[in-house]
Write a protein that binds this ligand. Structure first.
Ligand SMILES: Cc1ncc(COP(=O)(O)O)c(C=O)c1O
Length: 393
């Protein structure tokens, strides 16, 4: 009798979304079973749901060293980015936004829509050779105009993993009286954040990037700023965000957040070790591989992301993800010329130019669920694929 061979399933796409922890699922299931009252209702069921949310808010605020009232739960990172950017323009009189061309679309497209519809002026800070934000240029832009300015720069770039020196940016913004928003979707849950030590006006967070549920996140809004609600309706979230609260989602976010910080050192060290091992294996086995951004530098990049360009032809590039998928390996293709159409990564295009994106790139993003054995298998599959036909990058 033939036995079916189980295909391996290897998940290296944690920057896209991450596997929920069992404890998160259990906490959410419990909240859905028990805590089903509407938090706006004044009866016991409602009060229980409301107090659950407030306990989550308080704990999250404590970890970030801010006040609970400064945490506004949202449907995720995209909404938090939209909320901050749009409300800063509408309610705080921001006339100019400084950002970069390698932000996530949640910021980039919001800023572009504000430029079109609200008349705000947008300036882009220069990007250096490997995707670093040019802080001297940022300072020059800050000095160039007296208009009320908001700077929006992400902490960790989701494609290449570059890490911004947020403290320096915070000091610059303070010196030039500019507001500062940071999309910290790829860093909260992965890095310690103390917002008294590194003051920001706003930040955006998403639970599904640190083993929490999708569709929930939060914005931090410094209490100095009075923003109206982007989504109008009821008075939920102290009038900052209308709509019945996602109680189970918030409980899941809170559980994932707490576990992320409780295990930060142990899991972080483990993932750092995996990343170094992965880099070494790739270098040893794939001649001509190129590491994009600063992902090889542990001080200037996150410990979770590796972005590489592979020495294979454009013709073969379209098959790459498909082949990896067939072998049970999930990762992201940052750059690909699929079916003859140039669908390259806008981030790599912006940093390295259009020639670069003709060679396919892959983003591997790691979590504590990954193992060295998975890395060995992935490198074996990849080097066999690359080895069957090579061109130099
Ligand atoms: C840097 C960054 N910002 C924003 C988002 C959007 O977050 P969400 O999926 O919660 O809307 C993502 C998700 O891919 C991201 O990586």
């Amino acid at each position: 009798m033939k036995t079916k061979v189980q295909m391996r399933k290897i998940y290296f796409d944690n920057a896209a979304t991450s596997q929920m922890r069992d404890e998160v699922i259990d906490a959410m299931a419990e909240a859905m079973k028990v805590c089903y009252g509407n938090p706006s209702s004044t009866h016991a069921f409602g009060r229980e749901a409301k107090s659950k949310i407030e306990a989550c808010r308080k704990d999250i605020a404590k970890q970030l060293n801010v006040s609970p009232g400064e945490i506004i739960f949202t449907s995720g990172g995209t909404e938090a980015d939209n909320m901050v950017l749009k409300c800063a323009v509408n309610d705080l009189g921001v006339k100019r936004i400084i950002t970069s061309k390698i932000e996530h679309h949640a910021v980039l497209h919001t800023v572009q829509s504000l430029e079109r519809c609200s008349g705000v002026s947008v300036e882009y800070v220069n990007i250096k050779a490997h995707g670093q934000i040019d802080l001297e240029h940022l300072e020059a832009l800050l000095t160039a105009s007296g208009d009320k300015t908001l700077v929006s720069l992400m902490h960790i770039n989701n494609e290449i993993g570059n890490k911004l020196d947020l403290k320096k940016v915070s000091e610059l913004c303070d010196a030039y009286h500019a507001l500062l928003h940071s999309d910290t979707v790829q860093s909260v849950g992965h890095f310690q954040m103390d917002l008294q030590e590194c003051p920001l006006d706003f930040l955006a967070v998403s639970a599904h990037k640190f083993h929490g549920p999708k569709g929930v996140g939060f914005a931090y809004i410094n209490k100095k700023h009075k923003l109206a609600s982007l989504i109008v309706g009821g008075q939920q979230e102290r009038g900052h965000r209308a709509g019945t609260e996602n109680v189970a989602g918030i409980v899941g976010l809170h559980t994932a957040f707490n576990l992320a910080y409780k295990n930060l050192k142990e899991e972080g060290d483990y993932i750092k070790g995996l990343k170094q091992y992965f880099i070494r294996k790739l270098e040893e086995n794939i001649e001509g591989i190129v590491f994009n951004g600063l992902c090889k530098d542990p001080d200037q990049s996150t410990y979770t992301v590796i972005n590489v360009s592979l020495p294979i032809s454009e013709a073969k590039a379209g098959l790459l993800l498909f082949q990896l998928d067939l072998k049970g390996i999930a990762c992201s293709q940052g750059s690909a010329c699929q079916s003859g159409s140039q669908q390259g990564s806008f981030v790599l295009n912006e940093i390295y130019g259009p020639e670069k994106i003709k060679t396919p790139s892959l983003r591997f993003s790691l979590s504590h669920y990954n193992t060295k054995d998975e890395i060995d298998y992935t490198v074996e599959v990849l080097s066999a694929f690359v080895g069957s036909e090579k061109v130099m990058v």
